[in-house]
Design a protein around this ligand. Structure first.
Ligand SMILES: Cc1cc2nc3c(=O)[nH]c(=O)nc-3n(C[C@H](O)[C@H](O)[C@H](O)COP(=O)(O)O)c2cc1C
Length: 404
């Protein structure tokens, strides 16, 4: 567990029966030389005492948002800034509801809202609570905020019922934290490029050809790469989206500009091309606005095929991933695109389905690898942020980005 060593972890304990297991978690993490600070909710105090926590963590337990003693320090800000990661274990159903709805009415929920750190949540509750539609909705919302959900597991519960809702075993939580810190440290040296959004090919000063694309999926992929520690540059066509503060953003308008900027950034370790680059550009830009009663015809040229040019370039990144939006024959078209372009992976989505893709917050994708030994995979319908996280997990695993 060398990647966990010397890490500062802020553990939030909420009011669930599994809180007693968190004492063991604190003990084990301390033994691994982690520094632990804790926040205990009002209900959490009914399950474990500040005294037992403090004797294991060797640090004060924080409970109050308004504490005269620490007013000048503002714990709700300083605790998050101090930590390398925030872990909520157990995360009660009530707490998940609060933070998914943006509440900040106690120290624990305020810290989460004011946090600039990765948040891991370990839900633990009765199976009916876990399966409740409101809970499912909360979990999806929390995933869309970029929080990572660990567990729960299936098993017998303290209440005697059986099902999904048990807090993940302490050793498995520690394992997941180690994997996360390992990824962060490995990826620091890895360079990634993502293209996103549409391009605009000017016809005259007021008109252009473009493609339907909100850019949401590409931005989420870039955010996910940053969260996984990649040194990430996002080359974006015109969108209204705000990217993660920690990535480098290059704004472009045309397919040619996007191509030029991409080539300038090569070589890199990972390039993911989600942008919907217009296949065509205008042969001759009309300096003046074309009048309604004049000849309205114009000639087109092909834009550079960035995916193919990069895949076949002598500066080809270690892994090149292309996106394919297909409205028919998804499987055949994706496979032939994979062969023609020479990339390592094609991520295809069916844009004939209006509930996913384009402007939607949802997507569903199929993965086609160049290596025929790897089966085609599907990431089922989910928020684009969740699709992005899953995709990055699969790419980094399949292409051994973190192996020693
Ligand atoms: C004995 C007992 C056990 C409970 N166990 C759980 C639990 O495992 N998970 C959960 O979500 N809520 C559980 N609850 C309900 C929460 O304690 C309650 O919703 C509380 O408001 C949570 O507050 P907090 O989220 O601020 O910590 C339990 C309540 C009692 C009385």
């Amino acid at each position: 567990m060398k990647f966990l060593e010397n890490k500062k972890i802020l553990i939030i304990i909420t009011g669930g029966i599994a809180a007693y297991k968190t004492l063991d978690l604190i003990r084990k993490l301390s033994k691994l030389n982690c520094e632990i600070k804790t926040i205990l909710t009002k209900s959490g105090k009914e399950f474990v005492t500040p005294l037992s926590i403090t004797s294991l963590s060797k640090n004060k337990v924080y409970t109050d948002l308004f504490s005269v003693e620490n007013e000048s320090e503002m714990d709700h800000i300083s605790l998050s800034r101090w930590s390398d990661l925030i872990l909520v274990a157990p995360a009660s159903s009530n707490f998940l509801t609060k933070i998914s709805n943006g509440f900040s009415d106690d120290l624990a929920s305020t810290v989460i809202k004011a946090s600039d750190k990765k948040v891991f949540l370990c839900p633990a509750m009765n199976v009916r609570m876990w399966e409740h539609a409101s809970n499912k909705q909360n979990i999806n919302t929390l995933k869309s905020y970029g929080y990572r959900i660990l567990g729960p597991e299936i098993g017998e519960m303290a209440c005697g019922e059986f099902g999904e809702g048990k807090m993940l075993e302490v050793d498995e939580i520690i394992n997941q934290l180690e994997i996360y810190f390992k990824q962060i440290s490995k990826n620091k040296k890895l360079k990634a490029i993502v293209t996103a959004g549409p391009t605009q090919e000017l016809i005259d000063p007021v008109r252009f050809i473009t493609n339907r694309s909100s850019g949401k999926q590409g931005y989420e992929i870039a955010n996910s790469l940053v969260e996984n520690g990649f040194d990430t540059t996002l080359i974006s066509g015109p969108t209204n989206l705000k990217p993660n503060d920690n990535l480098k953003l290059i704004k472009v308008k045309t397919g040619e500009e996007m191509h030029k900027k991409t080539m300038e950034l090569l070589p890199c370790d990972l390039a993911i091309f989600t942008a919907a680059v217009s296949d065509f550009k205008i042969k001759k830009f009309n300096k003046e606005k074309i009048k309604k009663n004049k000849d309205q015809s114009f000639d087109l040229d092909l834009n550079p095929d960035i995916l193919e040019l990069v895949s076949k370039s002598n500066k080809k990144p270690k892994i090149v991933v292309g996106f394919a939006a297909e409205s028919e024959n998804l499987f055949d078209n994706a496979r032939s695109k994979l062969e023609k372009k020479g990339c390592d992976l094609i991520v295809a989505n069916d844009v004939s389905n209006n509930e996913i893709g384009f402007e939607s917050d949802f997507n569903e994708v199929h993965l086609f690898y160049k290596d025929k030994n790897i089966d085609d995979e599907k990431i089922p319908k989910n928020f684009k942020s969740v699709i992005a996280d899953e995709l990055i997990k699969k790419i980094t695993n399949k292409f051994n980005f973190f192996n020693d």
